[in-house]
Design a protein around this ligand. Structure first.
Ligand SMILES: Cc1cc2nc3c(=O)[nH]c(=O)nc-3n(C[C@H](O)[C@H](O)[C@H](O)COP(=O)(O)O)c2cc1C
Length: 330
């Protein structure tokens, strides 16, 4: 089904960039598209007018197809209409299952990608007309919708639907891409690895932690960084905030150490409080180490900063080689 996926996306390589709000700006997304992959741009935090500007910014950098990522747990209807008006190629829907959103996007002429955490959800999405499902495993960085690991999730989703499945969570090199393809995925969705790209818009302290971290240095929490986005489980690097919280008994929101404490400022001057769901940008000031440093378990595979184009090419070539010669392993 990889051929089907490439046809649907109009891309050359079955590698999609995970939308990473804050961290993945137009330069990163355009670089993925221009390297033959498919970019997914996170515009769900923007007003409908800013969604239009975001699409225009990206179109100035690439003439390839891309999708806009929208969050179904926040108001998304006007953003979706802006995408339809703009005639973007695709829309990626996450954090919820709304057949009516899928149906509206399809009626508006968009290719629809839906992120899922189990096979039953994938079936609902496919029945509502989704073109592609993105199976996000538990090892993923950022907000994590399901609780099943990629290696168990992908084949279950592949067996449940007859549309292309894209594997997300833990894909950081050609080995993990080849493994996902052997599980039946038609393509892969890469997040954490692209955080360590030259184009990612993240603070240097965050980047340095990514370079240093092992596979055991991330933590999945139900509601640690819940300010501005409650009840949304996530995975981030273990840091001073998570350590102190754990030492204090991992107490519930409202009873945690140093709640509401201002630990830094956004480039706009707005305060960042402890436990805020926030991706530190290059110009963020304050205790960046104590902020939500989203990362997946594949962070262990990150040992250098490279250009986005180089990362896409390396993953693709290594996976291709492994898949070609895989039959000689056993
Ligand atoms: C910094 C960061 C921000 C993220 N923001 C979003 C987002 O805005 N929208 C979304 O659908 N997923 C978001 N995610 C989740 C990714 O789309 C993806 O599922 C995940 O990164 C895949 O796992 P990996 O990190 O192991 O590659 C984010 C992930 C990270 C690491």
């Amino acid at each position: 089904m990889t051929k089907d996926l490439l046809e649907i996306l109009g891309a050359q390589k079955p590698i999609l960039s995970a939308p990473m709000a804050g961290a993945a700006g137009p330069k990163l997304i355009a670089a993925v598209c221009n390297a033959g992959g498919y970019g997914v741009t996170p515009l769900w935090t923007k007003s409908p007018t800013d969604v239009v500007s975001g699409i225009e910014d990206l179109r100035a950098l690439t003439n390839q197809n891309f999708a806009v990522n929208l969050n179904l747990s926040f108001p998304y209807e006007d953003q979706l209409e802006a995408c339809i008006d703009q005639g973007v190629h695709g829309v990626s829907l996450f954090w919820g299952m709304e057949p009516k959103a899928i149906e509206r996007a399809k009626a508006g002429g968009l290719v629809v990608l839906v992120s899922v955490g189990c096979a039953a959800e994938a079936k609902v999405a496919a029945d509502a007309g989704a073109d592609i499902v993105v199976a996000q495993g538990w090892e993923a960085g950022g907000h994590v919708w399901g609780q099943v690991s990629t290696i168990a999730l992908v084949p279950a989703v592949v067996d449940a639907v007859d549309i292309p499945v894209v594997a997300a969570g833990g894909i950081a090199d050609g080995r993990s891409m080849a493994a996902a393809m052997m599980l039946g995925a038609s393509g892969v969705w890469v997040g954490t690895r692209l955080l360590a790209s030259e184009e990612a818009t993240i603070h240097e302290t965050y980047r340095a932690r990514l370079l240093d971290a092992s596979e055991a240095d991330t933590q999945w929490s139900h509601d640690l960084y819940d300010v501005d986005w409650p009840d949304a489980p996530h995975r981030a690097l273990i840091n001073s905030t998570s350590r102190v919280w754990q030492e204090a008994g991992s107490s519930a929101p409202g009873k945690r150490p140093n709640e509401n404490q201002v630990i830094g400022h956004r480039p706009t001057g707005e305060p960042v409080v402890r436990y805020q769901s926030y991706t530190p940008l290059p110009e963020t000031s304050g205790e960046v180490e104590a902020m939500s440093l989203w990362a997946g378990q594949s962070v262990a595979q990150i040992r250098e900063i490279s250009s986005t184009a180089q990362i896409i090419e390396e993953i693709y070539q290594e996976a291709k080689k492994l898949l070609k010669h895989g039959s000689s392993i056993l």
